[in-house]
Design a protein around this ligand. Structure first.
Ligand code: HEM
Length: 143
C-alpha cells in the first residue's frame, strides 16, 4: 500500500478542520489573536471594523467572525442559524478590499496562527483556503 504522506489535507465531515484544531475554544483563541494582531500590526485594517476607544477591534465583531469561522471550519452552524448565509462578497461590498488589504488581512491571520501554534496540514489548508477567500473579496480596480 502506498501511504501518500505528501498528499494535501482534504477535510471530510469526520476529519474537519474544526476537529483538527480542537473545537470551539482553540478557534475562539485564534480569532482573538487575529484581531489583536490586526490592531497591533495593521491599524488601517483594524479601523475598518468597529473599534473600542483603545483601537482594539470590538467584541461584537470578534464574536460574529468567531461564530462564522467555527461554522466555516466544519463546526456548529450557529452563524447561519442566527445571521443567514454569510454572502461574504455582499457583506464586504461597503469595505474597500484591494490586493494590499487582502494581503494585510492574511498577515494578521498568519500571525494569529503562529501565535496559536497551528502547524502542519491544517495550517497549510487554512492558509490556502483563506487566501482564496481574501482574494475573492477584492472589489477595487487593481493597480
Ligand atoms: C480581505 C480583506 C478583508 C477585509 C478588509 C475585511 C473587512 C471586514 C469588515 C470591515 C467587516 C465589517 C465589520 C465587522 O463586522 O467586523 C467584516 C466583516 C466580516 N468579515 Fe471580513 N474582511 C476581509 C476578509 C475576510 C475574510 C477572508 C473572511 C472569511 C474567511 C471574512 C469574514 C467576515 C465575516 C464573517 C464578517 C461578519 C459579517 C457579518 O455577519 O456581518 N472577512 N470584514
Amino acid at each position: 500500500m502506498v501511504i501518500a504522506a505528501s498528499m494535501p489535507y482534504v477535510p471530510t465531515e469526520l476529519d474537519s478542520p474544526f476537529a483538527r484544531l480542537g473545537g470551539e475554544a482553540p478557534i475562539r483563541a485564534i480569532v482573538e489573536a487575529f484581531y489583536d494582531a490586526m490592531s497591533e500590526l495593521e491599524p488601517a485594517l483594524a479601523r475598518l471594523h468597529p473599534c473600542d476607544a483603545d483601537g482594539r477591534v470590538a467584541r461584537a465583531s470578534r464574536d460574529r467572525f468567531g461564530l462564522f469561522f467555527i461554522g466555516w471550519l466544519g463546526g456548529p452552524q450557529d452563524y447561519m442559524a442566527r445571521h443567514g448565509h454569510p454572502r461574504l462578497r455582499k457583506r464586504h461590498a461597503h469595505v474597500p478590499v484591494d490586493d494590499a488589504m487582502a494581503a494585510a488581512w492574511m498577515r494578521c491571520m498568519r500571525t494569529a496562527l503562529d501565535r496559536c501554534q497551528v502547524t502542519g496540514d491544517v495550517r497549510a489548508f487554512l492558509e490556502t483556503r483563506l487566501s482564496e477567500v481574501a482574494l475573492f473579496l477584492r472589489n477595487q480596480e487593481q493597480e
